[in-house]
Each structure stands twice: as C-alpha cells, then as structure tokens.
Design a binder for this molecule. Structure first.
Ligand SMILES: [Zn+2]
Ligand SMILES: [Zn+2]
Length: 149
C-alpha cells in the first residue's frame, strides 16, 4: 500500500504533526502500559518511521518506562503515541489523534496477554449516535448553539 500524508494533533491544538503513513500499518496494543497511558481498553496505533513524522509543534514526552517514551500534550492531556528511547527507527502515533482516522485498518493485536476479550468483538451491540442522546444535544446547543461533528 502507498503512504498517505496525514495530519493530526492533540485535542486543544497546541501539538500538531504531519506524517507519511501506510493506513494498513496499524494495530491495537493491549499491554497494561498502553492501557494506563491511554486510559482505553487498548491503544490504537499507526506504525511509521520516525523520519516520516514531522512535529509542527513539539509534544511533551513522558518516559513511561526505562525503555520507552510517549508524546502527549501537557495542556490537554491527549496521548499522541509511543517510541522506544533507542534502538528503533520507528514509532507509533495514536489513531484517534489523526484529523481523519477513518483510513486505518488494524492488522494485528499486540500485548495479547492483557487483552480484554469482552471489548474486542462489540459488533453486535446496539449503536447510538451522539445526537440520539437528547440531554447531550441540549447541552451543546445551550453552550455553543450547535452540535459538533
Ligand atoms: Zn493539547
Ligand atoms: Zn503497549
């Protein structure tokens, strides 16, 4: 697959990046470090070369272990990725931090020892859109006049 140029960043906009990514080079990491770092049942990552990521505004870095560091925004808290401190020319960016994360397709599970099976195949659960929840819609309308996409 060919690489696409995609942009992304944190929720508040302080940290921004541009990256050349192959949308098929994505995966879920279920390890406990990633669960803690993202607050999710797993981390969803796009895998890419460090040289293919340009930080337009520098992230903060958290040394999450003796071997790894994670870019994030210290203003809004968004987890932005993962990188070994040394010995690898590659890195990960969190799928949700891309402006348009829809292209990515996961190709494997990593950290499977801590995988939460019940959260994996959720395709049979009922689906509600944000706009189906009227109290939330009303809060948005009261605060801003409209509901964000
Ligand atoms: Zn931010
Ligand atoms: Zn992990």
């Amino acid at each position: 697959m060919t690489k696409l140029e995609k942009a992304g960043g944190c929720q508040c906009g302080r940290v921004r990046y541009r990256a050349m990514v192959d949308p098929a080079e994505a995966y879920l990491c279920h390890c406990r470090m990633c669960q803690r770092a993202t607050g999710g049942f797993a981390a969803s990552f796009a895998h890419l070369a460090q040289a293919d990521c340009i930080w337009e505004s520098e992230p903060d870095w958290y040394e999450s272990s003796p071997i790894a560091k994670r870019p994030f925004c210290s203003k809004c808290g968004t987890p932005l990725g993962f990188q070994f401190k040394e010995g690898s020319a590659n890195m990960d960016l969190t799928v949700g931090s891309f402006d348009d994360p829809a292209d990515f397709v996961p190709k494997h599970h990593f950290g499977a020892e801590a995988l939460h099976e019940a959260w994996l195949d959720t395709s049979g659960l009922p689906r509600y859109k944000t706009t189906d929840y009227e109290p939330l819609v009303q809060k948005w309308k009261d605060a801003t006049g409209s509901v964000p996409e």
